[in-house]
Design a protein around this ligand. Sequence first.
Ligand SMILES: NC(=O)c1ccc[n+]([C@@H]2O[C@H](COP(=O)([O-])OP(=O)(O)OC[C@H]3O[C@@H](n4cnc5c(N)ncnc54)[C@H](OP(=O)(O)O)[C@@H]3O)[C@@H](O)[C@H]2O)c1
Length: 329
Amino acid sequence: MKQVLIESYGTPWEVARCAEVPDVGAPAADEVVFDVLAFPINPADMWFCRGSYRLKPPLPATPGAECVGRVTAAGAGVKHVRAGDLVINLQRENWAQKRKVKGVDAIPLPPGIDLKQAAMVRINPPTAELMLSDFVTLEHGDWVIQNVANSAVGRLVIVLAHQRGLRTVNVVRRPELASDLRQLGADLVVVDADDLAARVASETGDAPIRLGLEAIGGKATGRLCDCVSTDATVVHYGSMSGLNPDVTRNNFIYRGVKLTGFMLGRFMARRNPQQIRELYAVLAQQVMDGRLYAPVDTVYPIEQIKEALAHADRGGRNGKILVSPNGAI
Ligand SMILES: NC(=O)c1ccc[n+]([C@@H]2O[C@H](COP(=O)([O-])OP(=O)(O)OC[C@H]3O[C@@H](n4cnc5c(N)ncnc54)[C@H](OP(=O)(O)O)[C@@H]3O)[C@@H](O)[C@H]2O)c1
């Protein structure tokens, strides 16, 4: 079977290769084997290949934080999934044609779900959902501000916030995205620049903004903090610039703005397995209904992992880069 391996940390498309490796074998009683049907290349996977992600395992290593698969065999002790079921996997190392995992880590998805969308269910939808629910108690009509608003997470935030009756200020770096994001339910789309806070105040009529979601780092974090109201919470959940947050102290001292962070695993760990399955069941149903959707730019075969990684690194994409290791999509 084929599997992506990195044998040194560095430029993703230089260090990753598609290797021939032994088959995963049959499942033990508490295990599940599935064919990987599709996986996305997420920013965290790129950091992983570079060796700058929080997890840096001994080499060779296989990246891949998420995927969708179809179960080919389940051990006798596994009761919640069986051969033929579609699953997502709560564990990593998914850039391969086949995976063998503990049954408890295989979360069933509804049959008939779009495979491309299913490949992106594990991380970004619960990230958007939990960032809206776990930090600030928001009321109908409240404003939320976010940057990287056209990212997969950002688009999900727009839709999920709109469903809750919240209003969103969406900060982007490309003005041509505005109408696309408005169609999803974005109330305001603004282009990031030094005068961001003044423009946001003017366009919202100086409305209080109690939650900010931030994934760029550097001075962009500071600009977002400048936009929120006194005592607001800003959640730093990614660093597309690779820089640490740079925030003027006035936001903390005079206005009591709280800068905190989000990591999906940390917030999932507050939920038991049943709650996690229920969360994914609700999100997967929204995907089935077409209410949650992440655009896909290009699908590559696993043999072209280098091309896929180089493409994923380029800005200005029209959605995610996916890989189809068994030709299923
Ligand atoms: N903490 C967690 O648990 C967690 C979970 C999921 C995701 N995340 C983070 O969420 C962020 C978005 O992930 P995603 O999968 O939604 O990303 P994505 O769909 O691949 O989109 C990447 C976004 O980043 C923007 N971008 C890239 N480089 C930038 C830069 N230097 N300055 C400003 N914007 C830049 C892109 O803008 P253009 O379209 O204009 O190029 C695009 O909006 C990432 O940082 C990821 O690590 C964190």
